[in-house]
Ligand binder design. Structure first.
Ligand code: ADP
Ligand code: ADP
Ligand code: MG
Length: 450
């Protein structure tokens, strides 16, 4: 039985995990860097261990110190959250070696799915539709260009180790290929320490549709429906909703079955997400699997009533599912807006600093996941996501109206945020009509409408 969990993360996701642990009667240990001593997660946990200086590489990414803190406090499990060490198979393996339960899939599964090019191969072998592209990573810019020329442009160059929209480039024509390949590969090398690249056909006017899955340790896999994350800037999600405007019952069944098949092919356990691209003809293609809890998990929780963190802990604790696919019901519609400390008028430049005053909205069907408080200093060293604003209502139209009200009420002073920009999207005619694709935000920014 898991009795005490160390949360190897910070910010709103650490707070989110602490809350569920508390509900379950499980003790919590926070870790923090020295600049995070006053951060909300460090204050809310039962115990807090400061594990190093501000740079993530000296604190939140230090496996040795995190494992020492776990053993010293007698925690029996680690929840990695997202980002940081959440998809690091070496860390998962080290936990196992130290007899600590890693709340997530095994090191082997993380390895299998964490490398995006390898994951594509696994999915092709399992008969899951995958975006047309190279079967193996390409070894040089010239090899890549040859493959792209055969495929036909536009193509997408991607990093095998990629994540968070980094190490990725769209190439429109053969003249641009070599240059884009070099910069993307460089970016991948500096962000992930691995410049290995692969090529996919670029799917224009696509939607990003992902399926949340849960798998216990006994071969039971269920899906919790889809999330539509098509509102993106630079391949990073800004708004997510569940269910998707374009998915009907039949397509949900087909894609859900593919997601379950994908998870089974990966021998998956715990919570995970199968990401698909949906083209304009409603054909879907696997793009990657995220082997962790996802930023936007809350919208799925709102429409299913299932606490995904609780399920993650129960699965890691060896519990068998007490429910089947038929028990999972999608109710109403949920939307999340990611509020970042950044300035949309300055090319979304991060805007860290002191939060001088704060007013959080509330009300029926409103959920806020955040680690902000008035007087808190947002450090420049970490991610700029500061508030996840979520709403739930009977249908999409009502959920949009609710989000409009909530965005209008939220006040964060002292720093710049993207609140007004989110308000613009939520009020855009095309967004309201559900006429969106992954290019919506870039078109809005270039002044060509939504
Ligand atoms: P999600 O779908 O959950 O938003 P993202 O891919 O956007 O997934 O990543 C979620 C978080 O994890 C972001 O904070 C992002 O910066 C971080 N992240 C994703 N991949 C990596 C990686 N390979 N290395 C470090 N951080 C990552
Ligand atoms: P990351 O690991 O950074 O999350 P993904 O492979 O999930 O990278 O892609 C991020 C986003 O880029 C997708 O959500 C989608 O909007 C876009 N994208 C990825 N692959 C393609 C593709 N082949 N065609 C069109 N858009 C794509
Ligand atoms: Mg992705």
């Amino acid at each position: 039985m898991i009795k005490k969990v160390l949360i190897a993360n910070r910010g709103e996701i650490a707070v989110r995990i602490i809350r569920t642990c508390r509900e379950m009667g499980i003790g919590t240990v926070a870790i923090c860097s020295d600049i995070d001593k006053d951060a909300l997660h460090a204050q809310l946990a039962d115990e807090t261990v400061c594990i190093g200086p501000m740079p993530a590489k000296d604190s939140y990414l230090r496996m040795d110190r995190i494992l020492s803190a776990t053993l010293a406090t007698g925690a029996d499990a680690i929840h990695p959250g997202f980002g940081f060490l959440s998809e690091n198979s070496k860390f998962a393996a080290l936990c196992r070696k130290c007899n600590i339960t890693f709340i997530g899939p095994s090191a082997e599964v993380i390895d299998r799915m964490g490398n995006k090019s390898e994951a594509r191969k696994t999915m092709m072998e399992a008969g899951i539709p995958v975006v047309p592209g190279t079967r193996e990573p390409v070894l040089s810019a010239e090899d890549g260009k040859k493959a792209a020329d055969e495929m036909g442009y536009p193509v997408m160059i991607k990093a095998s180790a990629g994540g968070g929209g980094k190490g990725m480039r769209i190439v429109q024509s053969e003249e641009e290929f070599i240059q884009h390949f070099e910069t993307a590969s460089q970016e991948a090398k500096s962000s992930f320490g691995d410049g290995t690249m692969y090529i996919e056909k670029y799917i224009p006017k696509a939607r990003h549709i992902e399926f949340q899955i849960l798998a216990d340790n006994y071969g039971n896999v269920v899906h919790l429906g889809e999330r539509d994350c098509s509102i993106q800037r630079r391949h990073q999600k800004m708004i997510e909703e569940a269910p998707s405007f374009v998915i009907n019952e039949e397509l949900r069944r087909t894609m859900g079955a593919a997601a379950i098949k994908a998870a089974k092919a990966a021998d998956y356990s715990n919570a995970g997400t199968i990401e698909f691209i949906l083209d304009q003809k409603n054909c879907f293609y696997f793009i990657e699997m995220n082997t962790r809890i996802q930023v936007e998990h809350g919208v799925t929780e709102m429409v299913t009533g299932i606490d995904l963190i609780r399920e993650q802990i129960k699965i890691a604790d060896g519990e068998k599912f007490s429910f089947t696919q038929e028990d999972i019901k999608i109710q109403g519609h949920s939307i999340e807006c990611r509020i970042n400390a950044e300035n949309p008028n300055k090319n979304f430049m991060p805007s860290p600093g002191l939060v001088t005053s704060l007013h959080m909205p509330g009300g029926n069907g409103v959920r806020i996941d955040s680690a902000l408080y008035a007087g808190y200093w947002i450090p420049a060293a970490y991610d700029s996501l500061i508030v996840k604003l979520m709403v739930h209502d009977a249908n999409r139209e009502l959920a949009i109206q609710k989000m409009r009200g909530v965005l209008g009420e939220l006040v964060i002073e002292g720093i710049d945020t993207n609140i007004d920009f989110q308000y613009r999207i939520i009020n855009h005619e095309d967004y309201i009509k559900g006429k969106t694709d992954t290019g919506f935000v870039e078109r809005l920014l270039s002044g060509n409408g939504g």
